[in-house]
Ligand binder design. Structure first.
Ligand SMILES: CC(C)(COP(=O)(O)OP(=O)(O)OC[C@H]1O[C@@H](n2cnc3c(N)ncnc32)[C@H](O)[C@@H]1OP(=O)(O)O)[C@@H](O)C(=O)NCCC(=O)NCCS
Length: 147
């Protein structure tokens, strides 16, 4: 499986729009992602296999801090290191922009994602109670890139 990572464009978004719920996970809808592509503070990337989008991820930055907004792999492509590739690329982008700290929120029950972030040395720094749909708590995690 040859996976290529590149910048997300409108064509990629058009390709995945109708599949966001079924084949990825409905984190954000198309309109929000389209706005993100126009936002100069946001950087979105896709993972492509044979030019088909099999994952996407993004960060939103302010000054020297960046927040990981999304990292999603197509359901039948999970557990093949594509999430790892996307996260590594986000970290690379953040470092190239002299970001000091990367932050994110993750559902306390999302062990797969928590494992992925811990592998890259993200540390748990707090919790937001009932953050997801007023039910599940979010864990706040950060990774210091420059000391
Ligand atoms: C989280 C997600 C992006 C991971 O992507 P992925 O391509 O499946 O993950 P990878 O194959 O790169 O695995 C990375 C690490 O995640 C963890 N992991 C992956 N699958 C796992 C599983 N089934 N059980 C436990 N941990 C798992 C492991 O730590 C793994 O590293 P290792 O293989 O060296 O042990 C993917 O599962 C996904 O899209 N989930 C739904 C969206 C989501 O929850 N995003 C995170 C929002 S904060």
């Amino acid at each position: 499986m040859a996976i290529k990572i590149c910048k997300m464009n409108l064509m990629h978004l058009n390709e995945i729009s109708s599949k966001l719920k079924e084949e990825f996970d409905e984190f954000w809808n198309r309109n929000v992602l389209e706005d993100e592509l126009k936002n100069p503070n946001s950087k979105y990337i896709v993972a492509l296999e044979n030019e088909q989008v099999v994952g996407y991820a993004g960060i939103w930055s302010v000054l020297d801090e960046a927040h990981i907004t999304n990292i999603v792999v197509k359901k039948d492509y999970r557990n093949k290191k594509i999430g790892t590739m996307l996260l590594e690329e986000l970290i690379k982008i953040a470092k190239s922009e002299k970001i000091r700290i990367l932050t994110l929120e993750v559902n306390i029950n999302n062990n797969i994602a928590i494992n992925l972030y811990k592998k890259y040395n993200f540390k748990e720094v707090g919790k937001r109670k009932n953050y997801y749909n007023g039910v599940d708590d979010a864990i706040l995690m950060t990774l210091e890139l420059l000391k």
